[in-house]
Each structure stands twice: as C-alpha cells, then as structure tokens.
Ligand binder design. Structure first.
Ligand code: GLN
Length: 511
C-alpha cells in the first residue's frame, strides 16, 4: 500500500553538497571490547552509518559545526554509536549541521552550508533542512544506509521532509543521549534517518521486540534515559514491543487518525495541503482507517513557547564554553590578565551569529525581569500542549495523569472548539513542514523569524516528548507554485508517548 513513493536516489548528481565534516579512513578500526555493550545482541547484517557531528565519536573529531570545537576529539563514544556498531554499523563519517543543532536549513555551520542538489532540480541548490541536513543528504544520496541526527524541535523530521527520506524522532527518554552534545536537554532526542521505514524499525523495535531493539536499552549514564522499570511500565497496553504486531493493511484497518485543524494554516503550501488531504482520503477509503478532525488549540502558542524554552536551556548549556576548559581559546585575549576578557573574546570568536542570538535570547528570558513573562509562561504553554495531545489520544500517557482541560492556565483565554469534542485517536496525521525545500539563495535572504516558522508543525510533538516520524509525501508537480521545486514533502505521523513500535509499523505500512 503506497501512500507515498519511496525515495528515488537515481539521478542524484554529486556536486559539492558539503554534507560531511569528516570522513572515515577506508578501513575503520574494529571497536574495542570495552565499547561493546555488555549483552551482545545477535549479529546483524552490516550497514553503513553517518553520524551528525554533535554526537561524540572517538574515531573522528566532534565539532558541532562550531569554530569553538573545530579541533575537539571526544575521549568517549556516544552510547547510541556504540549500540549501532554492535548491530553492524560501519561509521562512514560525521555530518554537517547547524552549529550545536540550532537552525532549520544547515546553513549556520562553521563548515559552510549544506546543499541538496540533484539532476531533477536543475542548477539550483536547495535547503537540505536542518539541523541534521548533512545526515539527510548522505541518506538521500545513497551514501549511507542509516544516519543519526538529533531532533530538539524538528531537526530530524524537517531535513527528512526536504530531502525525501524518512526521519524518526523517538519518545523522549527512549534512546540514550549520553555523548550527544546538549542543545536543550528537556527537548533533545537522538533520531534516525533512512530511505525506508523498515531499516529504522529493525533497529529501534528489533526482531519482534525480542532481541536487538534499541528501545529496550536503558542507559544509566544518561539521567533522562528511562530506567528499565519505567520502560516496563510504559509498554503496558502498547503494541509491538515483544508481542503481536499486525502488519500491512491489517495494522491500518480500524485505526483512527486525527487531522489537527490548527495545522491547516494560511502559510501551508497548497500542493502540500492537497497531498495531505489525499493521503487522508486514501487511508480512509482504501485502507479502512477512520480519519477525524481533532483540535489542538494550544498549537498556535507552541512555536513561541519552543523559542523561549530551547534558547533558555541553550544559554545555560553553552555557558561552559569558556576557552579555558572547553573550546578554542582566543590567544590574543589569553595574555590579558582579566579572565572576563578571555571569556568574552573566546566566545565572541568561537560562536556563530545564530548561536549568539540564542544565547542572548535565552539569557534575557531567564533574567529576573523577564522570567515571569517568558520562561514561566512558556512552561505553562508546554503543559497545555501536552494536555491537548493527551486529550485527543485514545492511549494514556504513562508519564502523566489524565487531566481535565483547564482554560484558566493562561492569562488570555483559549477558545475550545467544543464541537470537535474529545475525539480519541491513535495517531495524528499532518505535514512535517509548511513548505517544500526553499532555494538556498532564498534562505540566505530570510530573517531568523522566517526560519523559525519552518518548525511550526514539528515543535508541538517535541514539547510533549512524543514519537513522530516524517515519511516522503509526493506533491503533484503540476501544482502551480511548486513547479521546479523538489517534488517531495513530508507526511508526519505523531503517536502517544511510547507508542513508537506501532507508529513505526503504521509508517511502514503506508510508505
Ligand atoms: N530548528 C529548530 C531550532 O533551531 C530545531 C533544531 C533541532 O531540532 N535541533 O531550534
């Protein structure tokens, strides 16, 4: 059942895509015994892996695409890399990104912008999306089987949508973040990109959930990784983790998909809107699923809340880059006796514009004069976003009590579309991004706010810690304003917390 065609990599022309920051030597040294997880899963077929350069590896530098860390070699390897090596991964290289994961087009990089380019796109260079743009391009170009990215507010899903590949963001706390350079801890997740859902499913869920599934492995080195006991509680009532999992048409029959009305925004490209409606129609008419409108009223505040919370956490995380313990020191200032000069000079040179903007924004919203109006309010919105999701999903969120919807949480009142009622659905179906990949030349003319807008459909799931996946959604080439643009957008499926196995099965069935 093909709602979406698979990604076509034929006709890809190798130009200077700038998607790798470093590449592995031909023959990579075998991992040492100490890098193996204690319980070795059964041998898996070898596959090639690209790793976003904000994830620590010992075989390559880990630069985060920042001038500050241009020579940084991590003394340890991220758990996720070790776990994938144990499942047959051969690391091909480290991919380019927006510095520290901050951006939506992989243009804010000390290593230069990533471009996506193929014969079908003519001479123009298009945005690869961000911040895991290098990983998405490496997968789309057929250079690797799987790529690792990080998704804080959409950084795996958006590049997947722009590049016509699959991008999966797991439930928060499922995959270990040990060795992943933090951007905004309460939102950061490790995500996977591949050309098909099957490969990601195999790694995350494993063989029927019995062996090899990454979802099972708690990591005590990551305080936000769910403990084994918590994982045990979360799988209660969830399909696909070890138990029976329906496949193909069977998984779709009788499922309820919610169309969030608030995602039908004015800025949505008409071609994407049509493709979204068509996908919903196929699900309903051909595959026996039910498609119902749902309302997530806090959606319109989610983007603003995200751009308060993420920079606030970033400003705190990035305070450690001082040119003394971390990061390249500004040697001119180093001779100056005053420590503050060294700190300021090193940070002034080490960080790019976007990162500095986030630090300023975050420092301001956390300051005593602004805290109540920004950070505290944003946390309230985050709670409302989470409640919205809990209200529409049939499954309960194992981390939160089911709450009644409280309209008094915000100073301003929020209208509730009562007529849509608390329709309980299995998954939400929406676009990944409001537009197709823009031309790089146009991105360069955008204001920072324009770039933030791209994340409007991806940040709600991030704020709520929910699993979400972007699969390729073909957009009709004859649509007036998409002529000459890449013909693939992203269809996003969002599931209730820890419903990852079923989400992947459903995505597999429709792609
Ligand atoms: N574009 C978003 C941001 O700049 C998301 C980034 C991410 O998910 N790492 O914050």
């Amino acid at each position: 059942l093909r709602l979406c065609h698979g990604c076509s990599v034929t006709g890809q022309q190798r130009r200077l895509l700038n998607h790798f920051i470093s590449k592995a030597p031909e023959s990579e040294p075998e991992p040492t015994a100490t890098q193996q997880p204690p319980l070795s899963p059964p041998p898996h077929a070898p596959f090639t892996l690209a790793v976003k350069d904000n994830i620590a590896t010992t075989t390559h530098p880990t630069t985060c695409a920042s001038a500050f860390l241009s020579t940084h070699h991590s003394p340890f390897e991220a758990t996720i890399v070790t776990q994938l090596r144990a499942r047959g991964a051969r690391l091909v290289g480290k991919t380019n990104l927006d510095e520290f994961g901050m951006g939506s087009h992989s243009t804010h990089s000390a290593a230069g912008a990533v471009a996506q380019s193929s014969l079908s796109l003519g001479d123009d260079e298009y945005s690869a999306g961000g911040s895991s743009g290098g990983s998405a391009v490496a997968v789309a170009a057929g250079e690797v089987d799987v790529a690792l990215g990080t998704d804080t507010g959409g950084s795996v899903r958006l590049p997947a949508a722009y590049c016509g590949v699959v991008g999966f963001k797991p439930s928060y706390g499922m995959l270990s973040r040990f060795g992943v350079v933090p951007y905004a801890n309460s939102l950061d997740t490790v995500g996977l990109l591949a050309r098909g859902v099957g490969r990601i499913r195999e790694l995350v869920v494993g063989d029927g959930g019995v062996a090899g599934g990454l979802w099972k492995e708690a990591d005590s080195r990551d305080p936000t990784s769910l403990s084994e006991a918590a994982r045990g509680r979360c799988v209660v009532g969830r399909e696909g983790f070890g138990g029976e999992q329906k496949e193909g048409r069977d998984v779709l029959r009788g499922l309820r998909f919610g169309i969030p009305l608030e995602y039908n925004i004015e800025e949505l490209d008409p071609g994407i809107r049509d493709a979204w409606a068509k996908a919903a129609k196929i699900l309903q008419e051909e595959y026996g699923a039910r498609v119902v409108p749902v309302s997530l009223p806090s959606t319109r505040h989610a983007l603003a809340a995200y751009y308060v919370i993420a920079p606030a956490e970033a400003s705190s995380n990035l305070a450690k880059y001082d040119g003394v313990r971390y990061g390249t020191r500004d040697t001119d200032a180093a001779s100056d006796a005053a420590g503050g000069v060294l700190y300021a000079a090193s940070r002034g040179k080490g960080f790019g514009d976007e990162v500095r903007r986030r630090i300023l924004l975050g420092s301001y919203t956390l300051s005593s004069e602004a805290m109540d109006n920004y950070f505290i309010k944003a946390q309230r919105v985050r709670r409302l976003v989470r409640k919205d999701f809990n209200r529409v999903f049939a499954l309960d969120n194992p981390l939160h009590e089911r709450e009644t919807f409280d309209l008094t949480d915000l100073d301003e009142s929020i209208e509730m579309e009562d007529k849509w009622g608390p329709e309980e659905v299995d998954f939400l179906l929406c676009p990944t991004a409001p537009t197709l990949a823009p031309k790089l030349a146009d991105v360069m003319k955008q204001t920072p706010l324009d770039a933030y807008m791209n994340d409007v459909f991806t940040v709600p799931a991030s704020l709520a810690g929910l699993p979400a996946i972007s699969i390729p959604l073909p957009v009709a080439p004859e649509t007036e304003n998409v002529t000459g643009k890449p013909g693939t957008a992203g269809l996003q499926l969002i599931g209730q917390y820890w419903d990852d196995a079923r989400l992947l099965a459903v995505a597999d069935a429709v792609s």
